[in-house]
Write a new protein. Structure first.
Length: 312
């Protein structure tokens, strides 16, 4: 099946109606990261501030025939310094998003979650994949498959709320969340089913808001209506979920990678729960995924501005 990326294209088209998002790009010192920033800038998605060793960035641009004329470079001697400096640009309100360049995710996140001078909020930081699966009508949000290894129930509350807020930022008409487990019945021997049931009760009590939430659900009856009917699950979410909350990082990672490598899906990625959206891309990501990650960050930032105006 040919993959047309129409779901990502829709996100990118919406973003082009906004001004470019001022984005601090930490250490864009290889072809993949610099090319992503340059192309996203050319498409009007972001206005990058390149943070890293000035000479190295210029060298990479020359080697890869990338035009960085007109893009500001903030000189930083190495990757650790680049991560700190990028965070500082956000704190100084010179950037509304952060983008990972050619450094380890841990390096970026260490600068973000630092108690003094970081970008922490009251919320737990969590990662969302926005998957474009061929043959599936809408994007699928999967969380958390990259940051929280074995989240507690308390942490899952923030993971769930972050993912719901992302659904609204992506302008989903209705956010429908499945809390996944290996089965759709509550089983005291399977802790993730108990946590799913608890999360659903917290939704009933308005401790988590903004979505239809059901769980535990198994993957088949979360996304396939026929499977939900066969199991006689009576739920507005079963069979039509557009957000999947996984029990732990291992399950999420395997789910996202199996969709990518067996079903030909693309995976855009974003980190939420910090002061600004953080664009986390991997060298293995397609260019389309990387550009979609920038578009998602722009949508999140736009939603935050709208919410701030309403509050103001």
């Amino acid at each position: 099946m040919e993959h047309t990326h129409e779901k990502y294209q829709r996100l990118i088209d919406v973003c082009r109606t906004f001004p470019p998002l001022a984005t601090a790009v930490a250490h864009p010192c290889d072809k993949t990261s610099l090319e992503s920033a340059v192309l996203a800038a050319e498409m009007g998605l972001i206005a990058p501030l390149l943070v890293g060793p000035r000479d190295r960035i210029r060298e990479v641009a020359e080697e890869c025939a990338l035009n960085i004329a007109g893009l500001p470079i903030v000189d930083a001697p190495h990757s650790h310094a680049a991560a700190s400096q990028a965070v500082e640009l956000v704190r100084e309100a010179k950037a509304e998003a952060l983008m990972k360049g050619s450094l380890h995710t841990d390096e970026v996140m260490a600068a973000v979650v630092r108690r003094e001078g970081g970008l922490r909020t009251q919320r737990r930081v969590s990662h969302c994949f926005i998957m474009d699966v061929p043959g599936h009508e809408n994007v699928l949000i999967i969380s958390d498959a990259a940051i929280n290894i074995a989240p507690t129930l308390e942490e899952k509350v923030d993971i769930l709320q972050n993912a719901i807020d992302l659904g609204h930022a992506l302008r989903l008409e209705e956010v429908r969340v499945a809390i996944l487990s290996a089965m759709e019945t509550v089983n005291p021997k399977v802790p993730s089913t108990l946590e799913a049931a608890a999360l659903c009760k917290m939704v009933d009590r308005h401790q988590v808001t903004g979505a239809l939430v059901d769980g535990p659900l198994a993957l088949d009856n979360a996304i396939d209506l026929e499977a939900a009917r066969t199991k006689k699950i009576d739920s507005p979410v079963a069979g039509r979920a557009n957000v999947l909350i996984v029990p732990d990082l291992e399950a999420g990672n395997m789910l996202a990678k199996s969709l990518s490598f067996l079903a030909g899906a693309d995976a855009a990625g974003i980190v939420l729960g910090a002061r600004v959206p953080i664009i986390l891309t991997s060298r293995a990501d397609s260019l389309q995924s990387r550009l979609a990650s920038c578009a998602v960050a722009a949508l999140v930032a736009a939603k935050r501005r709208e919410d701030a105006q309403v509050m103001g």
